[in-house]
Design a protein around this ligand. Structure first.
Ligand code: FES
Length: 216
């Protein structure tokens, strides 16, 4: 058997802008993961070559690992299998087991890896846009709610003398008397009284003289 014929499976492990970074994939020991993948042997005790790669173009699937078939697997129709979201240890164990069994083209894909199969052409799922209709309806509901609240406040204000915010109206403080006003009024009253008493005196005097005139 030639070297090419006996070539083992190979692994390509993405370590780009997202894969292998704590920012994009937190809670994973990326170094330990790479070391674990680099220690895989196949059933013929051949060490599986591991190549790290820069971004493979499907960052939303980080961490990405590609399992290349062995020469035997390729001859049997096996093709590279792209795996995404390889973050848990159980997934690394599954990759190890699969390669030990022969990998793509030779052994069936472990069930636990099935939902991680992706491709270089995978498209990032778009966020579902809210329909314009529902947006308009929401706006309308908001508007109606505001109107109702305003009307309620107005009614409350009318009924209980509450202010615009629903709080009871505070009694208005009494206007302070203008300085000097009371003194002015006092003076005016005094002057009035003075005039009145003078008038009374005059009329009394007049009456007295009238009486004297009568007596004479
Ligand atoms: S960094 Fe791995 S796909 Fe982009």
């Amino acid at each position: 058997m030639s070297a090419v014929e006996s070539a083992p499976c190979k692994l390509t492990v993405c370590r780009g802008c997202c894969c292998g970074t704590k920012k994009k994939v937190p809670g994973v020991d990326h170094k330990a993961q790479l070391a674990r993948l680099s220690a895989i042997d196949d059933h013929a005790a051949r060490r599986v070559p591991v190549r790290t790669s820069k971004c493979l173009g499907i960052c939303f699937q980080a961490n990405v690992v590609v399992v290349q078939p062995s020469a035997e697997g390729r001859a049997a129709g096996g093709r590279p299998v792209w795996l995404g979201a390889i973050t848990e240890d159980k997934l690394l164990d599954a990759v190890d087991d699969w390669i030990f069994e022969g990998g793509p083209g030779v052994a069936p894909l472990p069930a636990v890896l099935e939902e991680h199969v992706t491709s270089k052409d995978a498209k990032k799922p778009k966020k579902r846009k809210k329909s314009e209709r529902s947006k308009a309806a929401k706006k309308e509901r908001k508007k109606a709610g505001k109107k109702a609240k305003k009307a309620e406040k107005k009614a409350e204000k009318k009924a209980g003398g509450a202010d615009a915010d629903g709080r009871p109206e505070k009694p208005k403080p009494a206007k302070p008397e203008k300085a000097g006003t009371s003194e002015k009024t006092k003076k005016a009253e005094k002057a009035k009284k003075g005039k009145k008493s003078k008038k009374d005196e005059k009329s009394k005097k007049g009456k007295k003289s009238e009486r004297r005139g009568e007596e004479n």
